[in-house]
Design a protein around this ligand. Structure first.
Ligand SMILES: Nc1ncnc2c1ncn2[C@@H]1O[C@H](COP(=O)(O)OP(=O)(O)OP(=O)(O)O)[C@@H](O)[C@H]1O
Length: 628
């Protein structure tokens, strides 16, 4: 007697013990016939394969090779449903047949194709249907006809959700006493220099920076490395003091003089301006500021940085303000110049500095600051938490560009809205979007012709009676020629500022302009960024700037620190459309049109003609001297 009954075959045994050998033979015969039928059908084209056969073939465990995608889709069908695999295979067949032959029909999806089911659901399909694409099939290909969807930039959350800074320097300022974290001595100094309240960017950034140095600059808050800060605020909104005050206050508790703060700026003049502000706030403190820009000889600058002692070198500067090229010179050539104790790296005009990365100043700097973490001798000393501070009125929001600076858990302070829309691509490939302009700035454009351009600027100065005008051209040659022309015309004290002049001459010119001895300064973009000359009433773009960023910085030389100012851009007919579109796309306020009628220029023409012929002579003379 069998204790267990093992049912090896479901068919015959399932019929019961009464089923005899006859029954088993019949069942076997049926199965063989079924297999023969299936083999016969498989020889026919795939499209005509009846659903029943497909099921049988699967039941028999004989799978044909089908495209992986088709198989994946099949798996998604309701398990056990006889229609699902069949319907899906039909669609797959349709895809294969029509790949690349047409465009995707709107509203048709794989689901709808399945839901439609085979016509008549008979299991057999008419031959004409197999030869053509089914109407409900999903068609692939046709890429040449469809528009590629626009790539939406994705910003990391620190860029997309900045800490907002008030826009109005006059309305959003904060009284000095409302930020008690600033030392009373520092507050006294601020008041002594006519500052009674902080501008919005200062009110936001100063407490954030002081917080990271609350336990002294050697140890960051909670022992963690502080966040790097990126600050984007309009021109003339007081960004310089936003870093000078906290840096000076943090370093006041230092015991040994080492380079703890390094400020890198794109031009000599700008570096000089920032070092002056540091000098004001480090005055009567033990802190020393060194300026390294190449305006003095290398040896002279070395003497301000280090002193040779019996047992090595002594550092002489706590704060170093530098241009990138000269900084690299000192890293390479000044014995004893060390940045191992650097606590603050300030990158002013950061977007421009990122663009000048080809000068390889940052990798050289990184190499020197990173050295401190690898030297065995320093393992017993606490690691200085280096903090990077980026400032600009047009700070790039391109994460890839910012990534080059190796920012640590950065925070963004910005007056602009969070960006990321498709309009944000600037002409120079940068992520631009909406830059904020000073509230007191009124801009307009003056349509003119190439011939009347010099007359227009003379008219603006002489007739509209502006006392301090900064005029920008796109090249040093243009600056020089316009300067010669204005000089020959007479009646206006003018000077030029470009790389044609030596650093000494440029310094003198800038000072005279500040003092009001020069009424019209004709400059290249050398003065477009950062230069803070009080009382500039009018900025004239004699040559229209090519990029929005350039425009923002140029016009930002007026209407600073809450004052009012005007900016005129002279546009030739051919430039008008492109320029106005550039501004509109960037969300800049609409420029008013300021027409200068011909009759207003006519009285100037005789003198102008004379000046032109003098200019011709002067240019010829210059050429002759150059050739000699
Ligand atoms: N809190 C303040 N109160 C009054 N004046 C201030 C204050 N802060 C700064 N200023 C003045 O505002 C002017 C512009 O400041 P600063 O040069 O720092 O602007 P900025 O934001 O760096 O401009 P840019 O982007 O053009 O470099 C300076 O003359 C400065 O002395």
């Amino acid at each position: 007697m069998a204790l267990f009954h093992v049912a090896r075959y479901a068919g015959p045994e399932a019929a019961g013990p009464e089923a005899g050998a006859d029954g088993r033979a019949r069942a076997l015969l049926e199965r063989l016939q079924c297999r023969a039928r299936e083999r016969q059908r498989r020889k026919q084209p795939q499209q005509q394969e009846p659903a029943g056969a497909a099921q049988n073939s699967e039941a028999a465990g004989r799978r044909r090779r089908r495209p992986r995608r088709a198989r994946r889709r099949e798996c998604g069908g309701p398990p056990g449903s006889p229609q699902a695999p069949r319907g899906k295979r039909r669609k797959v067949d349709g895809e294969d047949a029509d790949a690349g032959s047409g465009e995707e029909a709107p509203g048709e999806s794989s689901e709808s194709a399945q839901a439609a089911g085979p016509p008549g659901d008979s299991g057999e399909r008419p031959p004409e249907e197999a030869s053509g694409p089914p109407a409900h099939a999903l068609l692939l290909g046709g890429f040449e006809r469809s528009r590629a969807p626009k790539v939406q930039p994705f910003l990391p959350s620190w860029l997309a959700e900045p800490s907002c800074v008030g826009k109005s320097v006059t309305e959003d300022s904060v009284p000095i006493e409302d930020i008690p974290a600033v030392h009373p001595d520092m507050q006294k100094k601020l008041r002594a220099h006519g500052i009674s309240s902080y501008f919005p960017v200062q009110a936001a950034v100063i407490p954030a920076l002081l917080e990271s140095t609350a336990n002294g600059f050697l140890v960051a808050r909670g022992g963690y490395r502080p966040s790097d800060l990126c600050v984007s605020a309009p021109t003339g909104s007081g960004k310089t003091l936003a870093f000078v005050i906290p840096v000076v206050q943090a370093l006041l508790c230092r015991a040994v003089c080492q380079v703890r703060a390094l400020v890198v700026l794109p031009t000599k003049e700008l570096a000089q301006q920032v070092s002056k502000v540091f000098n004001v706030y480090t005055d009567a403190t033990p802190l020393r500021v060194a300026l390294i820009t190449g305006q003095k000889s290398l040896v002279k600058e070395q003497e301000s940085l280090v002193q040779r002692t019996a047992d090595g070198f002594r550092c002489l500067a706590d704060v170093v303000v530098a241009t990138p090229g000269r900084l690299v010179d000192h890293i390479d050539q000044t014995p004893g110049f060390s940045l191992r104790h650097l606590r603050f790296l300030v990158i002013d005009e950061a977007d421009r500095m990122i663009d000048s990365m080809h000068q390889s100043w940052l990798p050289r700097l990184r190499a020197t600051t990173a050295a401190r973490y690898t030297q065995r001798t320093l393992t017993c000393c606490p690691q200085m938490p280096l903090q990077k501070l980026l400032f600009s009125a047009t700070l790039t929001q391109n994460p890839e560009k910012l990534q080059q600076l190796g920012l640590h858990q950065p925070r963004l302070f910005s007056t602009g809205l969070a960006r990321g829309g498709p309009k944000d691509a600037d002409a120079d490939g940068d992520s631009g979007g909406k830059y904020t302009f000073p509230a007191g700035l009124s801009h307009c454009y003056v349509p003119c012709s190439l011939r009347t351009k010099p007359l227009v600027i003379l008219h603006l100065i002489l007739e509209m009676n502006f006392s301090r005008v900064l005029c920008f051209t796109n090249s040093r040659e243009n600056s020089h020629r316009l300067f010669l022309l204005v000089q020959a015309f007479g009646g206006v004290t003018a000077a030029e500022f470009s790389s044609r002049c030596g650093p000494g001459q440029r310094k003198v010119v800038l000072k005279q302009f500040e003092q009001g001895k020069i009424r019209l300064l004709i400059s290249t973009d050398a003065t477009a960024r950062g230069i803070d000359v009080q009382g500039v009433q009018l900025v004239v773009n004699y040559d229209a700037p090519q990029y929005l960023r350039t425009y923002v910085h140029r016009v930002g030389r007026t209407a600073r620190a809450g004052r009012t100012g005007q900016a005129f851009t002279l546009l030739l007919k051919v430039q008008e459309r492109r320029f106005l579109r550039m501004l509109a796309e960037a969300g800049a306020p609409e420029l008013a049109r300021h027409d200068v009628p011909g009759e207003l220029l006519r009285p100037l023409v005789p003198r102008y003609e004379e000046a032109l012929s003098q200019l011709e002579q002067a240019v010829k003379e210059e050429r002759r001297q150059k050739a000699a």
